[in-house]
Design a protein around this ligand. Structure first.
Ligand code: SAM
Ligand code: SF4
Length: 465
């Protein structure tokens, strides 16, 4: 077998050795935090050192460093999206998920194209421009097989109303063959996202008891196949709560290093889902390696320092309170107003969801709060539409040049939102946030922003650089 058919570049022995060899050493931790401030990222041993942090003053130093790195690279921007669940039909047995095949009480739905369009239209009406298409692993020959997914993507992009359309559709789908990934790319997806759930093989085997997902290597090598097929923005993730988070973080670093070695670029985003209560899942009520709120914040801060240019995604699994605490530590993208039951946006929330959500607020409420906290909600989709993906994106991001694009695009898409969708109070505070943001920009970024903002205020839409 070649490296791409097995996940043998994931070396659990090496992870254990580094973790167990890492002693709590204040000098070493200070040196790693100093290295992190140079924005060049960290290696596995550095990450292992930060995983040792437990003293309150060191935690505060870790968080302060993460806040500063986040601000230097991402400024005040926070990208917003919503998941679009098209199907909860699934042939797998993931013991943490309500969509698992043995959950006979769950009403199953694979939305037909009209249903997908209805949900998309509702999300556009709310102001979304970026969606994440999600499905169970159950597209069978009976419902069109993989073509169902391609049709669903086309259906989403097909919906346009007076105020707009979906400009970037990312997907979170079960692993595919290279040829299917090629078709996904041709269909115009943004990022292909796939969570390994746990990198710990014995745990993986315990929690995936039937269906194709039992095959650890098929999943661990999926991002290789996606990249071979030309998808250069891929997203990784771990389902925190299944196994020791320190082991997962170091394995994630191995996975990123592997992609960098083979393809010259690591992952575009990392998601940090924590297990939430799900119907028909005892495990979800008492996760075997539950992650505390404090450790969760450490995970976000450490990832921010380890891979400073990689987007970090926080979903509505987390409560509004935890989300507020995590934004500044390194999160660059959040979902808002989410539903996990197919049809949930046009028909309302029901019992067919995947897990319990922690943040039920609408997009408008989240946007309003973000701008009141000093963030600039961004609906930007410029990079992907201008071909700034994969290596090209990193080449601009690493010398700090991307800021000259992202800052103007963020205020411009936020302005669009405020004019077209915001409530009165969100608009009022949002306009103030834009003024404040402009006053803190470099002369060059401000000039570009003001030029683009003028066009939006003049009635133009979809202005980007
Ligand atoms: N079915 C595909 C798969 O498993 O790869 C697509 C994604 S699945 C619908 C989305 C993600 O939800 C999973 O990768 C898993 O990490 C997460 N998930 C499942 N059950 C969860 C739970 N109880 N709490 C939080 N996240 C959960
Ligand atoms: Fe199916 Fe994905 Fe849920 Fe597993 S996590 S049961 S594959 S939907």
């Amino acid at each position: 077998m070649t490296q791409q058919q097995t996940g043998d570049w994931l070396n659990a022995g090496a992870v254990d050795d580094i973790l167990h060899g890492a002693v709590r050493d204040d000098g070493r931790i200070r040196a790693v935090l100093q290295k992190a401030r140079e924005l060049k990222g960290l290696d596995m041993a550095d990450v292992a050192a930060l995983c040792q942090i437990s003293a309150p003053e060191q935690i505060e130093e870790l968080f302060a460093t993460a806040r500063s790195v986040k601000e230097q690279i991402y400024g005040h921007r926070m990208v917003l999206f919503a998941p679009l669940y098209i199907s909860n039909v699934c042939g797998n047995e993931c013991t943490y998920c309500a969509f698992r095949a043995s959950n006979k009480a769950l009403p199953r739905t694979a939305l037909v194209m009209d249903g997908i369009k209805r949900d998309t239209a509702e999300l556009i009406r709310q102001g979304h421009k970026r969606l994440l298409l999600v499905a169970g692993e159950g597209y069978s020959a009976a419902n069109g097989g993989f073509q169902y997914v391609l049709d669903a993507i086309a259906a989403v992009y097909d919906v346009t109303d007076a105020t707009g359309n979906i400009r970037r559709l990312n997907v979170n789908l079960a692993p595919l063959e290279v040829e299917e990934f090629r078709q996904l790319k041709q269909a115009g997806i943004g990022t292909y996202q796939l969570f390994q759930e746990t990198y710990h093989r014995p745990t993986y085997a315990t929690v995936h008891t039937a269906g194709r997902k039992r095959d650890y290597d098929w999943r661990a090598t999926a991002l290789d196949r996606a990249m071979h097929a030309g998808i250069d923005d891929v997203g990784m993730g771990v389902l925190f709560g299944l196994h020791d988070w320190r082991f997962e973080l170091l394995s994630l670093m191995q996975h990123i290093a592997h992609l960098e070695e083979v393809f010259g670029v690591g992952c575009h985003t990392i998601s940090v889902p924590r297990i939430e209560p799900a119907d028909h899942s005892d495990l979800s009520l008492a996760p075997p390696a539950a992650v505390s709120d404090l450790d969760f914040k450490k995970i976000i801060a450490i990832l921010r320092l380890a891979v400073p240019y990689t987007g970090l995604i926080l979903s509505t699994r987390e409560s509004a309170a935890i989300r507020r605490e995590c934004y500044a530590l390194g999160v660059s993208q959040i979902s808002a107003g989410s539903r996990t039951n197919p049809g949930g946006y046009s028909e309302g929330e029901n019992t067919a969801g995947q897990f319990q959500l922690g943040d039920h607020r609408s997009l408008d409420e989240v946007v309003h709060e973000l701008s009141a906290m000093g963030f600039i909600p961004s609906f930007c989709t410029a990079c992907y539409r201008l071909g700034r993906t994969g290596q090209d994106f990193m080449d601009l991001a690493k010398p700090g040049l991307i800021k000259l694009k992202c800052d103007p695009n963020a205020v411009t898409t936020f302005q669009e939102y405020l004019i077209d969708y915001a409530s009165e109070s969100a608009r009022c505070d949002g306009e103030k946030a834009i003024d404040c943001e402009l006053s803190g920009m470099s002369a060059k970024a401000r000039k570009t922003s003001e030029r683009m903002l003028a066009r939006i205020r003049d009635g133009r839409r979809d202005v980007y650089c």
